[in-house]
Design a protein around this ligand. Structure first.
Ligand SMILES: [Zn+2]
Length: 81
């Protein structure tokens, strides 16, 4: 019984690195897709917005979703970028 469990651990030990490699590529692919999504941040706010959002009436600074997230901005709840 224990030998069987040990065997399973060994098998998964070999399989998991391969599986996580696939997952890593999937994440990288998603990040690539998001890279060029244009969003707008404001001078004072902590959220990023889609163009036309009412919060952008005072200032709007063009950036990408990736950059905004990287800089700690969150998604606006009104326009949902
Ligand atoms: Zn907004």
């Amino acid at each position: 019984m224990y030998k069987r469990i040990l065997y399973l651990f060994l098998v998964f030990g070999f399989l998991l690195p391969a599986a996580s490699g696939v997952q890593g590529r999937a994440v990288a692919y998603t990040a690539t897709q998001q890279k060029d999504t244009v969003v707008y941040i404001t001078k004072t706010g902590a959220k990023y917005h889609r163009t036309g959002c009412r919060y952008l009436s005072r200032s709007q600074i063009k950036t990408t979703k990736k950059e905004a997230v990287k800089n700690g901005y969150g998604a606006c709840k009104v326009c949902g970028p």
